[in-house]
Design a protein around this ligand. Structure first.
Ligand code: M6R
Length: 617
């Protein structure tokens, strides 16, 4: 969702903020802006709808050297996409003490109520955003400060009015520090080893290469970032307070793990493609990690779990990974398992008990709906566990137990490698919960999967050719049965999000109960033909074929009868992969979606309207 970057220090603040915003582009955004303080303390605002390049163009010829700046990439929630609604928001009061600018990530749920109240007190608003109410609230509280009170007190008081999950950073004309505050939205800060650069952001990636030790303030903690220009060499450059203004230890510390040098695209045209190709190596290293003493330690707790039921909650691709993991939990652990969309879970008053386990799956660990589901489970006394990529994320910090998927940073908005590693980590989890040691057979199956995916990647031209033939059709049905059904759902999601075409994942046997009415020569069926329920799957394909649908089969290698009924065929060697074979199929789907999007010419790494990490409900 929205990206925040703030800088105070001895260096070039705007350059640092722009670099941070560039790193956050992968999260998805529709406008960008910066506010910087010039030598006479004036706050200067530049913001533009569209890509960061538009903002950079607006800054050409402007003397923007500064030691204090805040910046933002906006993903619109309240108010349309335009320059005015872009962040930062700057007060236009003539009273310099109240001249402040703010950036915001999240949603102010009671924005209308606050706006009405403030209008009654003479405040006016320039934008349609919910964020601007916080700007006005802080202004009002600054106005009401006693002489001895510092601006941080005004921010604390203003924040107490805010309902919902939000993170803000405030910059003021009359105070040198940046003040940040958060509840339920990600925020991280830190300083360079020489204390020259002090940064705050919504994402540790923006701080990579500059900050080694990261601080993650807890909810309702206020962070004050002092410029190294303004404090003595022994004074802290970052301080934390509770909302009453008392110094607090309400933050976590963690070493920065992201290395900027490993995050460029290398030889690949897109991050998505790079991440698809990383999968064999990552599968091998995931196996090595969980076979190592450190990985065994991480799995140890899972061996103690004896829940009556497991409730998996997640969103999007992670939800589909959850459907795959459910089949492991039910077949290997013999424990009933339910998978819920996190955005629905808490609103249906789920029947959960403190004898159950809440399992949350998330790449980012910051998805607001998943976090809310986790909170509900905790409130109801369930033990919680997370299968998560980002160590130190909110989900990670709030879970009783974590299993890391070790995927490295995933930059493509369309999740690829994270899905594969989530499902594999779920496989290891179900093994541990069944009280089994990791055995050679399972380890070898992981390696076999890595090898088969490598072979498939080497034959990518075959998939590229099919993509070129089918990318311009009217609609797409991905079908699969049994354990391949989640791969059908995930395949359709991938195509929708990056190629902007309508695609649906369906259980193959279900098509005749309605959607078959849509089938004609303009519809493509991407049919997963697994070794199980094989004949029934072929009959389902015949039904589509009889209605002139175009068939792309993904099925067993050397199987002429399957190949014959398909217009196009991707042969796969399923032998020995057993329960891991849906992941192999899924890589074929990832490649197909990627090349179809490429032929369509869409913005593959940053698809329209999407954000990498959905931090609003
Ligand atoms: O970070 P998370 O795994 O919690 O994200 C969940 C979904 O938002 C995410 O998987 C989304 O569906 C992806 N864009 C799919 O490619």
């Amino acid at each position: 969702m929205c990206g925040i970057v703030g800088y105070v220090g001895r260096g070039d603040a705007v350059a640092s903020v722009l670099e941070g915003l560039k790193r956050l582009e992968y999260r998805g955004y529709d406008s960008a802006g910066v506010c910087f303080k010039s030598e006479d303390n004036t706050l200067n605002l530049y913001k533009k709808q569209g890509k960061l390049a538009n903002l950079k163009r607006a800054l050409v010829g402007v003397d923007h050297f500064s030691h204090s700046s805040i910046g933002h990439t906006r993903w619109a929630t309240h108010g349309e996409v335009n320059d005015l609604n872009a962040h930062p928001h700057l007060s236009d009061t003539l009273t310099t003490s109240e001249m402040i600018s703010i950036v915001h990530n999240g949603i102010v749920e009671n924005a209308k109520e606050i706006r009405d109240e403030l209008k009654g007190q003479g405040f006016s608003f320039k934008s349609d955003t919910d964020s601007e109410v916080f700007l006005a609230l802080v202004q009002r509280e600054i106005r009401n400060l006693s002489e001895s009170e510092k601006p941080v007190v005004a921010v604390c008081r203003a924040f107490k009015y805010i309902r919902g999950n939000s993170a803000f950073v405030v910059q003021g004309r009359n105070f040198p520090e940046l003040i940040a505050v958060k509840r339920g939205a990600p925020l991280v800060c830190g300083n360079s080893d020489n204390r020259d650069d002090i940064l705050v952001s919504s994402d540790p990636y923006a701080l990579a290469g500059v900050v080694n030790t990261l601080f993650f303030p807890h909810d309702d903690t206020v962070t004050v970032l002092h410029s190294s220009n303004d404090v003595g060499s022994m004074d802290p450059v970052i301080e934390f307070f509770d909302l009453e203004g008392n110094a607090t230890t309400g933050f976590d510390t963690k070493q920065q793990l992201i290395d900027v040098t490993t995050t460029d695209k290398g030889e690949f045209e897109h991050y998505m493609l790079k991440e698809i190709y990383e999968q064999p190596k990552l599968i091998r290293s995931l196996r090595d990690y969980y076979f190592s003493p450190e990985g065994q330690e991480m799995l140890k707790n899972s061996q103690e779990f004896k829940p009556e039921r497991v409730h998996i909650t997640a969103c999007g691709t992670a939800y589909y990974a959850g459907l795959g993991i459910k089949t492991f939990i039910e077949s290997i652990d013999n424990i009933p398992c339910q998978v819920d969309l996190a955005s629905e879970f808490r609103y249906r008053n789920p029947l959960i008990s403190n004898k159950d386990l809440g399992l949350f799956i998330s790449q980012s660990g910051e998805t607001a709906d998943t976090l809310a589901a986790q909170e509900l489970c905790k409130e109801r006394g369930l033990l919680t566990a997370a299968i998560v990529n980002v160590e130190g994320s909110t989900l990670y910090r709030k879970s009783d137990n974590n299993l890391l998927i070790k995927a490295g940073i995933e930059i493509g908005v369309a999740s690829t490698k994270a899905y594969t590693l989530q499902v594999l980590t779920g496989r290891l989890f179900s093994n541990a919960m069944a009280g089994k040691k990791l055995d050679k057979v399972l380890g070898e199956r992981f390696l076999l999967l890595a090898d088969r995916i490598s072979d498939l990647l080497a034959k990518v031209d075959m998939i590229k050719e099919i993509a070129e033939e089918i990318y311009n059709y009217k609609g797409y049905f991905y079908t699969g049965r049994g354990k391949y059904y989640p791969s059908a759902l995930e395949g359709a999601l991938k195509l929708k999000e990056i190629a902007y075409v309508h695609a649906e994942g369906y259980a193959a046997g279900e098509l005749k109960h309605g959607p078959i009415a849509l089938i004609d020569e303009e519809i493509v069926n991407i049919a997963i033909i697994g070794p199980e329920l094989y004949e029934k799957t072929l009959s389902n394909i015949e039904e589509i074929k009889a209605r002139k649908g175009v068939i792309v089969g993904i099925g067993p290698e050397g199987d002429d009868s399957a190949k014959e009924i398909c217009d196009y065929y991707v042969p796969l060697n399923f032998k020995g992969l057993e329960e891991l074979s849906p992941l192999y199929v899924n890589v074929a789907n990832q490649l197909l979606a990627y090349y179809m999007a490429k032929f369509k010419g869409t913005d593959i790494d940053k698809p329209r309207n999407l954000a990498k990490s959905v931090t609003v409900e």
